[in-house]
Write a protein that binds this ligand. Structure first.
Ligand SMILES: Cc1ncc(COP(=O)(O)O)c(C=O)c1O
Length: 461
């Protein structure tokens, strides 16, 4: 008889490798993917066939249990297989609830919009009384935020303000506008549809600073002075990620963001904060922009908002969003997704997972800093709550990216049951740390011990 989920034992709460890696079912999946899907699906990541999960652990299709430092690319903030969410899905199936309603009313979408508005911090008084437009993907939220900003400028007497300023090294998604707002060359190269109204400004990188013509390294003050170089007269909005994810978990200096926000306010330029990746507790605050006390005019949300089903949202100040038309999408505010997002956010808040992210994140940060004493190839460790990046370099003096070593570390960890995302960063050399927010210190410690041991092995080779 075929085994069903009900007859399976609970997912183990420890690493347990029971087959050769990859196991036979994973290999079969990989062959199927190779034949029928783009190459990134079969070979982008280590060969792991997701099946089920519980908390911070995921079981593959061969029955191997891994500790998850990916959260399924930063979505499973509340952990895997959460019963509250599963029960909601079961109840909806049992009651034959309809799962999509386009922009007709349904009981979940407006309730989710209200809950989202309630999560906006009090100090953002204008945004808190705004509205939420519920969509499906993070890329869509970026498209809409940029479009709304430009339209709002036009409607309020500033049709000349139609440019978007984004950051070098940014990643905002893969639809045309989002791709071009992204400042990583490979994401848009060759795909055409240039958008000249999107321009880029330097990211205030203090680890690998830009150089002046005379070879001096940029200081924070130089980067801040550079803000004045943006042409306010033609700029509708500035968009930034609260930390740059794909560029290698690069954190903004707080002083820079505060200066940018003040400049935007003085010049009638709107601030679009892209927290598709950073929000819902991940950084140790519910929203990462709270670390900097800046106030977004438009806020892009996704990933951890719904944990396991596709949902994303743009929140905007009321006067920006209220006057816009043409806002709907077939799947936007999908009933199933909205119901799951409501449960997910309630679990996040009820279980104080943001606080856990801050606590366990601080523990991980201390451990990674300690590893820097032992590992000459660990160039930098950047951590904010439960998101981080480990820079793997050839040596600390040159800071030259070492993508081969980073790949070997990711693969070495895989062989020991620690699941990591493929290396990220502009040099392909940064190991991304992103466990579910339910992870305990002990579990995080097990993962770090594996990383520590594998890095020592790779350095010895
Ligand atoms: C900061 C940021 N913005 C936007 C996106 C795009 O989201 P999606 O893949 O859901 O379109 C991502 C995805 O990784 C992201 O990290």
């Amino acid at each position: 008889m075929a085994q069903t989920v009900e007859t399976l034992a609970p997912v183990k709460q420890q690493i347990d490798i029971v087959t050769e890696l990859p196991g036979p079912r994973t290999l079969a999946l990989q062959r199927l993917s190779e034949d029928y899907e783009p190459v990134t699906f079969a070979h982008g990541q280590v060969p792991f066939g997701f099946r089920r999960g519980s908390g911070a652990f995921v079981e593959d299709v061969d029955g191997n249990t891994f500790l998850d430092f990916t959260s399924g690319v930063l979505v499973a903030n509340i952990g895997h297989g959460r019963s509250k969410v599963m029960e909601k899905i079961e109840q909806m199936a049992r009651d034959q609830e309809i799962t999509n309603s386009y922009n007709f009313l349904n009981p979940y979408r407006p309730a989710l919009a209200r809950l989202l508005m309630e999560t906006v911090p009090d100090y953002c008084a204008d945004l808190r009384v705004g509205k939420a437009f519920i969509l499906t993907t993070g890329s869509e939220t970026v498209e809409w935020a940029m479009a709304m900003a430009i339209r709002h400028q036009g409607q309020t007497g500033h049709p000349e303000k139609k440019r978007i300023v984004a950051f070098e090294g940014a990643f905002h998604g893969r639809t045309a506008g989002a791709r071009h707002a992204g400042g990583i060359e490979g994401v848009s190269a060759g795909y055409g549809m240039d958008i000249p109204d999107i321009v880029h400004t330097p990211f205030p990188d203090l680890y690998r600073p830009k150089q002046h013509a005379d070879g001096r390294a940029y200081t924070l003050q130089d980067y801040i002075a550079g803000i004045q170089g943006i042409d306010a007269g033609s700029t509708a909005a500035v968009i930034f990620e609260t930390y740059q994810g794909a560029a290698g978990s690069r954190m903004f200096p707080a002083e820079y963001l505060q200066a940018l926000a003040a400049w935007c306010k003085r010049n009638g330029v709107l601030l679009i904060v892209d927290e598709v990746q950073a929000s819902f507790g991940r950084t140790g605050k519910f929203y990462a922009f709270e670390h900097y006390e800046v106030q977004p005019d438009l806020l892009c949300l996704g990933k951890g908002i719904s944990g396991s089903v596709p949902l994303a949202a743009v929140i905007a100040r009321r006067e920006i969003i209220a006057s816009q038309g043409g806002m709907s999408s077939t799947w936007g505010g999908n009933i199933l997704s909205s119901a799951v997002a409501l449960e997910t956010i309630k679990v996040l808040i009820g279980e104080k997972l943001t606080e856990n992210a801050a606590r366990v994140g601080a523990f991980m940060e201390r451990r990674f800093r300690g590893m820097m004493d032992r590992h000459p190839t660990l160039g930098d460790s950047r951590q904010m709550g439960l998101v981080g990046g480990l820079e793997i370099v050839t040596d600390r003096a040159s800071k030259a990216p070492n993508p081969k070593a980073a790949e070997r570390v990711v693969m070495g960890c895989y062989r020991k049951g620690l699941l990591l995302i493929e290396p990220i960063g502009l040099g392909g050399n940064v190991i991304r740390i992103a466990p579910p927010l339910v992870i305990t210190e002990d579990q995080a410690g097990v993962g770090i011990d594996i990383l520590d041991g594998v890095m020592a092995q790779v350095e010895a080779e």
